[in-house]
Design a protein around this ligand. Structure first.
Ligand code: ZN
Length: 349
């Protein structure tokens, strides 16, 4: 069976739930899922049960991660517009600042008027990440024109949103964007079939919106999983939370799309490695790589390492199973088994 070797992949957008909601995922299970999916570096979002908006909370999170992680991990900081004094204390310990402009898990959202103040207060050296769906794109554009700081728009999902990115990029604004595998490979037709298991923010969009993303793939910098694990019990409840796991399915979905001629190997490497390394200043070298067996298999919930234990892509036939991962010349994953010791991953500063 043919095997390919790729650089260790980078996912700059995951929610590992630790500390605070470790019944959904923790740093060990989340980074194990990352390795199983070919990711050797991930960046974790700040909307924990207690949002990571102070140095003290960030340090507690890092302490928890240090004992458990089996791949490299970095952190984004959070803000509700009232913690500017913390910015200079954490700037060397984080990879970016995440701002929520739409309601999402935990209702972690800022007062829109504070956006310009936040942009002025955040140091220039690290990018700002935005959860900003189409209803707030005008606001984002006006802020970017006033304060031109590097901004990454997360999980672009619709034609309107990508058209905004295209205009902003063509106008020279310092903007990048990511799309999720669920928006590339699922539509609102699937949402009906999946019920709460297809419930996420932004919502799944129409086939037309999805086609627009594929037709303008060059404008997309990163494919980011937005790995957002919840338990089956939570998803089956009367009030299911937003979000789906994605770390273990992103690479095979992309390799399958490559086999179907929808993207090139270079596209895949750019969107799962190179652009994230550039945007978030992540050092990589040839001592870290992944080996992927290019055989077809069916995604099964029972094979997943995420504590959530399910995938919206269960049942789908894909190509590309990670067989072996080498990090800094050490074998850390082989034949479905995590070999790395908990705590052996690095904390990125
Ligand atoms: Zn997210």
């Amino acid at each position: 069976m043919a095997t390919i070797t790729l650089p260790g992949l980078i996912d700059p957008h995951v929610h590992l739930r630790d500390p605070g909601q470790t019944h959904k995922e923790d740093f060990f299970t989340g980074t194990s899922a990352a390795l199983a999916g070919g990711f050797t570096t991930i960046l974790d979002m700040p909307n924990n049960a207690e949002p990571i908006t102070t140095l003290a909370r960030l340090e507690r999170k890092i302490e928890s991660a240090k004992k458990q992680v089996v791949c490299d991990i970095g952190f984004h900081f959070g803000t509700l517009g009232d913690n500017f004094d913390e910015f200079h204390k954490v700037i060397d310990k984080v990879k970016g600042l995440k701002i929520y402009l739409n309601v999402t898990t935990g209702g972690f959202i800022i007062d829109k008027e504070k956006l310009v103040d936040i942009y002025k207060a955040w140091p220039e050296s690290k990018p700002i990440l935005l959860h900003a769906e189409e209803d707030v794109s005008e606001l984002v554009e006006s802020v970017l024109r006033a304060v031109a700081k590097r901004s990454h728009l997360c999980h672009i999902s619709s034609r309107t949103e990508l058209e905004f990115i295209m205009r902003a990029k063509d106008a020279g604004l310092p903007i990048t964007c990511g799309v999720t595998p669920h928006h590339l490979f699922l539509t609102d037709d699937d949402a009906e079939r999946l019920g709460p298991y297809g419930y996420m923010k932004p919502f799944l969009k129409s086939k037309k919106d999805q086609q627009f993303l594929w037709d303008h793939f060059d404008y997309i910098d990163i494919v980011e999983s937005d790995h957002a694990p919840h338990t089956k019990a939570e998803k089956d409840s009367d009030n299911p939370p937003f979000g789906v796991p994605g770390l273990e399915t992103t690479l095979p979905l992309m390799l399958t799309a490559e086999a179907e001629g929808r993207l090139t190997r270079q596209d895949l490497l750019d969107k799962l490695h190179h652009r994230s390394a550039e945007i978030f200043d992540i050092k990589t070298d040839e001592s870290t790589s992944i080996e992927v067996e290019m055989s077809e298999y069916k995604i099964k919930n029972s094979d997943l390492l995420t504590k959530a234990g399910w995938s919206p892509f269960a049942g789908r036939h894909v190509i590309g199973k990670v067989q072996k991962i080498t990090v800094r010349d050490e074998t850390v994953f082989k034949s479905g088994q995590v070999l790395a010791q908990p705590g052996s991953g690095r904390i990125l500063q």
